[in-house]
Design a binder for this molecule. Structure first.
Ligand code: MF3
Ligand code: CO
Ligand code: CO
Length: 252
């Protein structure tokens, strides 16, 4: 069931989304060769707690840390670790979800570590653009798949990139993951009509390959990697459908 949020809920989700975006902006300034992802986790955790909020990933279905840190061929849900030390040429996605006064906001972005290859920068840039092309098309009355799945897949194809299929965006706000499931590829299904008051994420995970298959880490239960070892990037915004179009809530 897709929740149409009330004005009060929208205000609460807006505030949490803004804090999530501010946290991401803050922690991203610490990304540099030599820092480890456990340190990034600690920085983000403290920032969120200091702002009277809770990091939603911590203990979520047993997730052990406060943020997700996904390096290079890790698609998403990377677990921060002292031994994961960033080095020049890496790319890293940091995913932040906050709970503020009971409301959830969810945002992520991919960043270069030091100087990266042209190919890696191209992946980051086009992943961001694919998310924005989808978000800019959102409007009440249109089909979710026409705006998100179809647009993202079509945008990426000429670059030889593919959005992954096994994970997607989601309704968000009252809970971490709500309906609808937001596919980032064309499902050829027109069953969700956009309506004012819907809030969901658009968060394409994009492989630098036309192979979108992933491998789930059996030993830690979380880390998702590209099956073919290619790089993967991701961006995420929480968006509200308004009477005339959309509003990005995860803005600083
Ligand atoms: N923030 C992720 C998302 O965009 C979900 C992370 S679940 C966790 O949906 F448990 F790994 F934190
Ligand atoms: Co999300
Ligand atoms: Co997220």
């Amino acid at each position: 069931m897709i929740i149409i949020k009330s004005l009060k809920q929208i205000e609460g989700i807006k505030a949490s989304s803004k804090l999530a975006a501010k946290t991401l902006d803050y922690v991203s300034k610490f990304i540099k060769p030599g820092i480890n992802t456990e340190e990034l986790n600690t920085i983000a955790h403290k920032f969120i707690i200091d702002h009277h909020a809770i990091p939603a990933p911590l203990n979520y279905s047993g997730f052990p840390k406060s943020i997700c840190t996904s390096i290079n061929n890790v698609v998403c849900h990377g677990i921060p670790k002292t031994k994961d030390v960033l080095k020049t040429g890496d790319i890293i996605n940091i995913d932040i979800t906050t709970i503020l006064n009971g409301y959830f906001g969810d945002v992520s972005a991919s960043y270069p570590v030091g100087k990266i290859s042209k190919a890696a920068q191209q992946l980051i840039d086009q992943t961001y653009q694919s998310m924005m092309v989808a978000i800019k098309s959102l409007k009440p009355g249109l089909m979710l798949n026409d705006c998100v799945g179809k647009k993202i897949e079509a945008y990426l194809k000429p670059f030889g990139f593919a959005p992954i299929h096994d994970l997607g965006g989601h309704g968000v706000g009252i809970k971490f993951h709500e309906d609808p499931f937001v596919y980032h590829f064309n499902t050829n299904q027109s069953n969700t009509i956009l309506k004012p008051g819907m809030i969901f994420t658009v968060e394409p995970m994009v492989n630098a390959s036309l192979n979108w298959h992933v491998a789930f880490d059996e030993s830690d239960g979380w880390t998702v990697r590209t099956k073919d070892g290619s790089l993967s990037a991701q961006f995420e915004h929480t968006v509200l459908i308004t009477p005339t179009g959309y509003e990005i809530l995860t803005k600083i």
